[in-house]
Design a protein around this ligand. Structure first.
Ligand code: EAX
Length: 325
């Protein structure tokens, strides 16, 4: 009797504990902190994978810069030191030049157009272009429309940007964009609170959630709702690692990331009005209707710049421009 009980106990331990013990860990990094847009997508993805794989896979999240800036995170995924990441598009363009086409200024007029194009065949093609740098592009999730803030003075039209010491992402495109607008752009990783506080830079540009989550209203006075670039995050895996997974696991990862992105975009959009209200309440001086015609005019020559002449970039940009019509 005693023996039988022991036997049942051992058997139960093996049956129930073994799958948990055997869980394969997947490391996923974001540069931002819990509560951020990247983290909301990452957390949802982890939850879905843990559930849908019945504990066979366990997604471990790294955040708050614990694995470095976004460029360093990309390098680690590239090397296979970690398997996955959710990274802002900006820093990708030093790895895959043509991906910058997706950030082309004023490309998407609204969220619906962004979803339609990025979830469609052209978006798929853009994701596939990441393979040349060793990335499996799984999905686009959302950072949001970027808005310009600064401490120097109110910015209503493009001419007010002249000489502004502006932090930009570590991105070829973003630097060029702000040069075209006559600002004085300095590429830096994230976060940038202390640089803004110390006045090393006058301004920066980011979606509204960033101002709230990172308390930028404490160190930035003027905000103009320029929405100049629809900023995405790209949800990636190390290509070699991903391709070595069983087919059905690959599908599970793809589907979970798609579902996580759809969920995260919805959350981001639903909260936008609330974010804006908070920034007003915190005393930021907000121009809700800057003269966007002046910005559009000034960035018009960009599409003929050298960086868009590279054939692959040109092709992708033209496809994107076509698809947004
Ligand atoms: O996602 O570096 C940036 O400006 C990003 O937009 C920021 O990490 C928030």
């Amino acid at each position: 009797m005693k023996f039988t009980k022991f036997f049942v106990f051992v058997l139960a331990t093996i049956c129930f504990a073994a799958p948990a013990m055997a869980a394969t860990q997947v490391q996923l990094a974001v540069v931002t902190k819990p509560g951020s847009a990247q983290y909301v997508a990452a957390e949802k993805f982890a939850e879905l994978i843990n559930k849908r794989s019945n504990g066979e896979y366990n997604v471990k999240l790294y955040h708050s810069g614990s694995l470095g800036k976004e460029t360093e995170i990309l390098q680690q995924v590239q090397l296979g030191a970690i398997q996955m990441a959710i990274v802002t598009l900006g820093p990708f363009d030093t790895f895959v030049p043509e991906i910058k086409a997706v950030a082309f200024p004023f490309l998407f007029k609204d969220y619906e157009t962004a979803d339609r194009v990025l979830d469609g065949p052209v978006g798929k093609e853009a994701l596939e272009s990441l393979a040349q740098a060793g990335f499996k592009g799984l999905q686009f999730s959302e950072n949001g429309f970027r808005n310009l803030s600064n401490n120097r003075g109110a910015i209503h039209s493009a001419k007010d940007v002249k000489g502004l010491k502006l932090r930009v992402m570590q991105s070829t495109f973003h630097k060029e964009l702000w040069r075209t607008l006559d600002a004085n752009p300095t590429p830096m990783g994230w976060p940038i609170y202390s640089e803004l506080q110390q006045g090393t830079i006058d301004g920066q540009e980011n979606p509204l959630w960033v101002f709230d989550e990172y308390k930028l209203y404490e160190v930035q006075k003027y905000l103009a709702l320029t929405g100049h670039v629809y900023s995405v995050h790209i949800d990636i895996a190390n290509l070699q690692w991903f391709e070595a997974l069983p087919k059905e696991t690959q599908t599970m990862f793809e589907t979970a990331m798609r579902d996580a992105a759809i969920y995260q975009r919805k959350v981001n959009r639903e909260k936008e009005a609330e974010y804006l209200a908070t920034l007003k309440e915190k005393g930021m001086i907000i121009d809700e209707h800057p003269d966007m015609k002046s910005f559009r005019e000034m960035v018009k020559p960009m599409r003929n710049m050298d960086m868009y002449k590279e054939p692959k970039t040109r092709v992708l940009l033209n496809k994107l421009l076509d698809a947004t019509k």
